[in-house]
Design a protein around this ligand. Structure first.
Ligand code: ATP
Length: 624
């Protein structure tokens, strides 16, 4: 090995010498140390004109990536990314030009359009093969007349249930569920004289799953009423026969003048034949109103009971001497009534668990399950109804009711394409992270757009927040910005809540009922009053957004409420799961209408989830 003194000969000279003689060369320690101590001067590399090496001398890729602090220095070529910008290429074109195996992670993302949603995976899968089979099946039915429903029920569909709507035809879930619940498979009519309410008939379980606003309520209500009415005829006949037999027996025993027992075994008071369970008082009122309108023509007795009514009202409705056929209630109320009167469930042949994804979730499930168990001996049909099938509910049904017949529509878990979702980045100017401001501005933009388009009808906008505490705070803020806003949450007064909601659903508000005396005291907060507003914002703005009404609510309002008058939904917070996205965006685009959702996204939000939801919606895909 050649060794040269570094003091006399700088090492580059030594190395050149070594190269000239084709000898291995190693700088002496002194030379290297001196080299280090020499005051540094920035000298451009001789190779600068040739650009950065593609690979390091070790054979590994050069470490200077775009993310390094010195990225872009000493380069003589325009980076690829800037070239694209310069050429004004679209994102898709750029992707096409990029070499295939550039980065495994990115490729994976591109291959899997629902990567972020898959990490959560909240919804059960319904195969596309099954969906297309159902699509074929439901095409066989185009009219309510084809169903084996009693004539009076058929006549009441458009006049009573659908508010006089002309030319109505069944929706996909109605085509799928009505014949099945009527037990008329393959389009055949039921055998004459056969009724669903037969003593000792085995309990059958059904799951009705269809997108939001697709008419699930009528899908279970019509067959249920049909069964009750047919059973009534048979019951009346049996009672007449029984009475005649009793009379005959008495006559034979010569006891013709014996007094009847004061206890009437056939009393129908407090012994409903059908119970519909719903998670909130608002939904009880909504479904109760539909049932009541049908009761006028179909002739049956219904009672809606929830915490919105006083104890006396509930007692009078449930134990009316004329009896009750259908009860619409919340699980908590039914559960507490069964504690004092277990027989309340003794004659129930139809039990509907509506909004089953809520009623079978962790908080409701124990109470719902206990009601099902208590009603089971007399049950003939147990019907679960839901807009989504969460995986937890899927496994609950598989474990507890494996025989459940699942009726899912082809578009289940897909948010219809007629609903558009746009994104507002709250980090950008002029919001700079102020979510409240972004929300107020979005509302103003919607309101102004409507005014410019010359729309006379009042704009109804629903704003969803994730936290209950935020509803009133945000509504107050919006009021201070000249927006007519109200808040709705579990803390709000029921009566006031019903009135506020009616403006968004178009429903009539029922007559006032006294506030409940017996239920537990609640931390009830009224919706915003002028006093609240003054306290919150001493100088409310002089600007007023005309013709626009806003309702701020939590998830409580997103379940099942038929907000037909709403065309815009603002997702103030990014929903936690795809289930919440489906329910919240499901408040618009109901029954074939168009709608728009606007989601406010900040730096801590899951932008990837929002992006995937938007893409899924654009493609009309089922979410996962
Ligand atoms: N066959 C039909 N034709 C036209 N409108 C209908 C029909 N069936 C139901 N509707 C209307 O569609 C609206 C939505 O119905 P419903 O509330 O039952 O939907 P849903 O599927 O239960 O929604 P969600 O999942 O949000 O609870 C209601 O206003 C109802 O009157």
């Amino acid at each position: 090995m050649l060794r040269l003194s570094s003091s006399r000969c700088p090492h580059w000279d030594a190395s050149a010498l070594a190269r000239a003689f084709n000898l291995p060369w190693q700088p002496s320690r002194t030379a290297a140390t001196l080299q280090k101590r020499r005051p540094s001067r920035m000298v451009l590399s001789e190779r600068v004109a040739r650009g950065a090496p593609k690979t390091a001398p070790t054979g590994r890729p050069a470490r200077r990536t775009r993310n390094s602090p010195f990225a872009g220095m000493n380069t003589t070529e325009v980076p690829r990314s800037l070239q694209y910008a310069k050429n004004n290429l679209s994102a898709a074109e750029r992707r096409r030009q990029q070499p295939k195996a550039r980065s495994g992670k990115k490729d994976e993302k591109e291959k899997d359009p629902m990567r972020a949603l898959k990490m959560q995976r909240r919804l059960a899968n319904v195969s596309y093969e099954k969906r297309s089979r159902v699509k074929q099946e439901i095409m066989e039915w185009d009219s309510f007349d084809e169903f084996d429903l009693l004539p009076v029920i058929k006549e009441s569909i458009s006049t009573q249930a659908l508010g006089g709507m002309a030319d109505v035809s069944p929706t996909p879930i109605q085509r799928l569920a009505i014949p099945t619940l009527l037990e008329m498979p393959d389009g055949k009519r039921r055998k004459k004289g056969k009724t669903m309410l037969e003593p000792n008939k085995e309990m059958k379980q059904f799951l009705l799953a269809a997108e939001t606003g697709s008419g699930k309520t009528l899908a279970y209500v019509l067959p249920m009423l049909d069964a009750i009415k047919r059973a009534e005829v048979i019951e009346a006949r049996d009672e007449a026969i029984e009475a005649a037999e009793d009379e005959e027996k008495k006559r034979a025993r010569g006891q013709l003048y014996e007094l009847d027992s004061p206890v009437d075994e056939h009393s129908k008071a407090g012994r409903p034949k059908a119970i519909i369970l719903l998670p909130t008082s608002e939904l009880v009122a909504q479904v109760g109103a539909l049932i009541k309108s049908l009761a006028h023509t179909v002739k049956f007795r219904s009672a809606m009971i929830s915490a919105a009514f006083s104890g006396t009202v509930i007692r009078n409705r449930l134990f009316a001497p004329s009896g009750v056929d259908v009860v619409i209630a919340t699980p908590h109320l039914i559960s507490s009534i069964t504690e004092s009167d277990p027989n309340i469930l003794s004659k129930v042949s139809h039990l509907v668990i509506d909004e089953a994804d809520s009623l079978l979730d962790r908080s409701f499930s124990p109470i719902t399950s206990s009601i099902i168990d208590r009603a089971s001996p007399s049950l003939q049909q147990l019907i679960f109804c839901s807009a989504t099938i969460p995986r937890s509910m899927d496994s609950y049904l598989s474990k507890r009711y494996p025989e459940t017949k699942r009726l899912a529509t082809p578009n289940l878990h897909a948010i219809p394409r007629r609903v558009q979702l746009s994104v507002v980045d709250i980090e950008k100017v002029p919001y700079q992270g102020n979510r409240d401001l972004a929300c107020a501005q979005t509302i103003w933009d919607i309101g102004k757009e409507a005014a410019e388009a010359g729309e006379d009808r009042q704009k109804k906008i629903v704003v969803f927040v994730n936290e209950r505490e935020k509803t009133i705070e945000l509504a107050k803020y919006l009021c201070s910005k000249g927006i007519d806003a109200n808040a709705l949450s579990r803390d709000s007064d029921d009566r006031k809540q019903a009135e506020i909601l009616a403006a968004f659903t178009g429903a009539a508000v029922s007559s006032p009922s006294k506030p409940p005396k017996d239920p537990k005291p609640s931390s009830y907060t009224p919706a915003i009053s002028a006093g609240d507003l003054a306290e919150y914002s001493p100088r409310p703005t002089a600007r007023k957004l005309e013709n626009t009404k806003v309702l701020v609510m939590t998830d409580i309002g997103s379940r099942g409420i038929d907000t037909l008058l709403v065309k815009h939904v603002i997702l103030y917070d990014v929903p936690h799961t795809s289930i919440d996205f489906i329910h919240r965006l499901g408040r618009v685009g109901r029954m074939g209408r168009r709608g728009r959702g606007i989601v406010l996204v900040g730096k801590h939000d899951r932008k990837d989830v929002v992006k995937e939801i938007r893409e899924g919606m654009f493609k009309g895909q089922a979410l996962i």
